[in-house]
Ligand binder design. Structure first.
Ligand code: ME8
Length: 511
């Protein structure tokens, strides 16, 4: 059986989750559910990134230990996986013992392979981004302060530090990118990374002396590891590294997708493959960078007070409505916008009018006119065959759209084009006109429509799992008949099956 390993970035636990975190988790959830429904052995990882100076300082400010502070916030993120119906197989915390063991093992491997040396670090450091800032990226702030690219105040750092020999990987990375065109997606990000690496890489400082809250460097307790080295290792910890002979590790490494935001591309597409190759491990297959979500056209930020809480949005609009909106509205990879007007339109037009109405009108009609049973079907005419053919290649074309370039919005557009065909078919065939004079034809039309709803709903399960499950219940589809296997036979509903009384699943949204 083939396998699939997908990860989100692990979130900083400096506060509660925001809409950007939810967006990434939902996208990965769709990928994982899609693969599981295709019968693929899937592992989906998410979690929290807990070390680093930012958290140590925030904990201090609140009079908490870093352990207490990070536990409280990590719980908020774990809670998000529940209220967003995220089907992760594992939730990693980088403060866990197994993660400390894995990170130390990776460090030791780098030492063993002569990839690390000790020296002195001097330079400008951004606490907000937990990264050193190159001279050419520094902005002059007021009163001779130095600011980083995100506008935060930089600090001068001067201390002994361990270094990773990143510079020697410059050409090997460029060769690697050339041989693996799918490693960084979308293409625009790939070009950005290649241009950056082409300028030549500097060795990377990978330890801190003044910081306590982190993973101790093996054999040198005065240092803790650079938080990014520790954080990236989470992808290995979750599949039982350092035991590379373990079944899980062998099955799932290299990961298929690390899905991340555009702000952390360099760490994933430059440092991470260099660390892995230095340790004799394969890099992941694809780093996919999505865009940022803005709110009513502005960047989400605490100072603007416009940070949206996914929990509030679920309460206001409904979970599956939010999941659908996020993946339908914004082409994954590009920046996008969240606004009340846009989500309301999607809920009312796409969900209530198109999909909800299709299933509600067909199921109610069957309920009233076919004794609540799946109708029989009789002779199929040319028009029926033409209609059925529209569904034939849907699963295959969606497969390609989703896994080549994570084109969630285009998958939904394809599915919606079949929903429109179904709505058009019912209008043209007008089964209500046949009630008294051609019962067989009426039943045939309703049977085909019920099969279409089953087909479309099976395909939509990864996007809107709870609502789809309710619609499949209304069609009395057994739980073990809900996988993508079912899509091979369009006419799979059994005539005569008793159906429960239908209820609407997608109400209109009104303020
Ligand atoms: O970067 N829209 O954590 P994080 C969309 N701990 N995505 C957004 C976003 C927005 N407005 N804001 C943030 C970290 N993200 C590190 C990762 S991985 C080994 C360590 C995305 O909590 C962001 O790009 O700041 C990242 O992929 C994820 O949310 C977590 O961000």
């Amino acid at each position: 059986m083939n396998s699939f390993f997908v990860t989100t970035a692990i979130s900083y636990v400096n506060g509660k989750p925001h809409l950007g975190h939810a967006y990434e988790a939902i996208a990965c959830d769709v990928l994982a559910r899609y693969k599981r429904l295709s019968g693929v052995n899937t592992f989906f990882l998410t979690g929290t990134d807990e070390h680093g100076e930012k958290n140590e300082r925030s904990a201090n400010k609140e009079g908490l230990s870093p352990q207490e502070f990070t536990k409280i916030n990590s719980d908020h993120f774990e809670d998000m996986t529940n209220y967003l119906n995220i089907s992760n197989d594992y939730f990693i915390r980088t403060s866990s013992e197994s993660h400390h063991i894995a990170s130390k093992a990776l460090w030791n491997k780098l030492v063993e392979n002569n990839e690390i040396y000790i020296d002195k670090y001097e330079g400008w450091y951004s606490i907000v981004d937990e990264t050193f800032i190159n001279e050419d990226e520094i902005i002059d702030g007021p009163n001779k302060t130095k600011l980083g690219p995100s506008g935060d105040k930089l600090e001068w750092l001067e201390e002994p530090s361990y270094f990773f020999k990143l510079s020697k990987w410059t050409n090997k990375l460029l060769e690697f990118y050339k041989e693996n065109p799918d490693f960084i997606k979308p293409k625009s990000r790939r070009n950005e990374v290649i241009n950056f690496v082409k300028q030549g890489l500097n060795d990377l400082s990978i330890s801190r002396q003044r910081l306590k809250w982190g993973i101790k460097v093996p054999n040198d307790n005065k240092h803790v590891m650079y938080v990014w080295l520790d954080a990236l290792t989470n992808y290995l910890t979750a599949i039982n590294y350092p035991d590379i002979s373990d079944k899980k590790f062998k099955c799932f490494w290299p990961a298929d997708f690390h899905v991340i935001g555009k702000d952390i591309v360099r760490f994933h597409a430059v440092y991470w493959p260099a660390f892995l190759m230095s340790a004799g491990l394969e890099p992941p297959k694809t780093i996919f960078c999505h865009g940022f979500l803005n709110i009513n056209g502005s960047k989400m930020s605490k100072s603007l007070g416009n940070v949206l809480s996914p929990k509030d949005l679920v309460e206001k609009y409904g979970l599956d409505q939010l999941r659908y909106f996020l993946l339908r509205e914004v082409p994954f990879g590009q920046d996008g916008n969240f606004s009340h007007t846009q989500i309301t339109q999607r809920i009312n037009n796409d969900l209530a009018n198109d999909y909800g109405n299709l299933s509600q009108r067909v199921l109610s009609f069957i309920n009233k006119n076919c004794s609540s049973q799946i109708p029989e079907y009789f002779e199929l005419n040319e028009l029926d065959q033409k209609y059925i053919n529209k569904f034939k290649s849907l699963n295959k074309s969606c497969d390609k759209l989703i896994f080549d370039n994570l084109e969630f919005h285009n998958v939904l557009i394809e599915i919606w084009s079949c929903i429109s065909s179904a709505n058009q078919y019912i209008d043209e065939q007008a089964p209500w006109k046949l009630k008294n004079n051609n019962n067989k034809r009426m039943e045939t039309i309703l049977y085909l429509l019920a099969c279409s709803i089953k087909y479309l709903t099976i395909m939509l399960q990864p996007f809107m799992p709870s609502s789809c499950s309710l619609i499949l219940d209304q069609l009395a589809v057994e739980n073990n008949n809900r996988s993508f296997n079912e899509l091979n036979n369009f006419l799979s509903l059994k005539p005569g099956t008793q159906l429960p009384k239908p209820t609407g699943i997608f109400p209109r949204f009104t303020d």
